[in-house]
Design a protein around this ligand. Sequence first.
Ligand code: GAP
Length: 524
Amino acid sequence: MEKIVALCKRRGFIFQSSEIYGGLNGAWDYGPLGVELKRNLKDYWWKCMTQVRDDIVGFDGSILMNRAVWKASGHEATFSDPMVECFLTKKRYRADQIEPQSGTAYYYKGITTSAKVPLPNVDMPFAVLVPKGKPEASAQKIAKQFYVARGFTESEIVSLDLEKTEPVENSTAFNPENGALLGEPKIFNLMLKTYVGAVESDDAITYLRPETAQAMFVQFKNVLDVSQKKLPFGIAQIGKAFRNEINPRNFTFRSREFEQMEVEFFVKPGTGPEWLDKWLEERLSWYEAIGIPRTKIHVLTVPEKDRAFYSQGTYDLEYEFPFGVQELEGIAHRGNYDLKQHQEASGKPLEYFDEEAKQKYLPEVVEPSAGVDRTVLALLCEAYDEETIKDEESGKEETRVVLRFTPRIAPIKAAIFPLLKNKPELVAIARDIYKSLQPLLKVTYADTAAIGRRYRRMDEVGTPFGITIDFETLEGVKEASTSATGTPVAAGQKETVTLRHRDSMKQERIAIADLPAYLLQAIA
Ligand code: GAP
């Protein structure tokens, strides 16, 4: 993971937000290559959802919505995590993410102090868990820090008053980082509150949306009317969402500002479970098409007790990240929960009229909800590879870092290289090729450094094709071969270039005229 994070910064995929001011936890900026990768991913999702299917239409809702939306959706009351606070460091953790600990717990009822003036915190209880076999001294060290943080100097602490010692098995009441006792779980709302308008009053409160979904529910009727679709049909949206996560971590995996790609797919009552399974298959194939194999995705049927408050059934698609198997996308059967809530709260009918059945009803909803940033991270992790190779020029062994992105999502599709930058004939052809490809796809041009180094730099950012204009382009090829397109290249043929493949490093010739069609086909 460290290598991937370092590469992301070095080559301009992802930077820490506000870096020169020490950063902002949970926020990230995408650099020149990251933004291309992210855009390719979103464009491909958009195309798969709204262009090649007849049953989904696109949508782009506002981030700020009437607070009534969040009251009706249940987010204001229930979109929260139980949090526990460490008594020593005051750091907060998600209660459900505390690793169970075993060992010996030392419970102190306070301290005996040499301070003359009676002090308030001498009787404050505290406890520390130390692993089995460790002496009490380890617990005392942490306990002393606790009392020092409450206003005593170390020299004032004559002794710690031990109340009891207890063996503990699989307890989540202690901080795994330092053994200190944790507080009782408290509920913490994850929505980021803001004020709309000039006055910071209760009436002006709303939230930055924590999911893009709600705008699609409250606009269901409008979209249905204008698109004249029949059930089953869906609304697709890509956009920012915000959550005041307590523990943003694992690079961009858990951020406070992130993007979602969501479809709300409206279906006839009773058919939700069947559509949930169809969407599972659909989404697994989609990940394969962007280069994340099925074998790397674990499908978790989320147990009832762990499902979101609106869900009647959820599959989590989890990816094997270097830091563990973690959620990439959730596919939920939301029933008619959201439409019903909004219909009741707004007093506006949101029912669908089924012409065949001559019946009005609230559709059920199946929602595949993917995270853009998590998918970008999964793509980077999946693509990252290192191999030992012999340098083509020096013959020395070296490590080749390569991002094996599938061409359709690679940030740059091809790099154009004149073999030598001081040969105007080569440069002129290279510039011409570059200019002619630019309107069609994202390409780059590089003429500095030895050709091997230029290839390596492009491997490191995942550019699938290198196109080199060399002396055979000018003088004709030395040996006959079969070109990259499968057509023969005759000895002496001009107007061809070397096409180098990133993954195999194989080099073959291709006619300049064939380049646009070949590359477009490769990234399609
Ligand atoms: N509308 C349903 C919904 O929002 P979710 O499971 O809470 O469901 C869907 O979120 C997806 O959004 C997740 O699978 C994940 O990819 C992404 N996501 C959620 N919270 C995130 C966070 N803090 N940082 C990055 N991505 C996040």
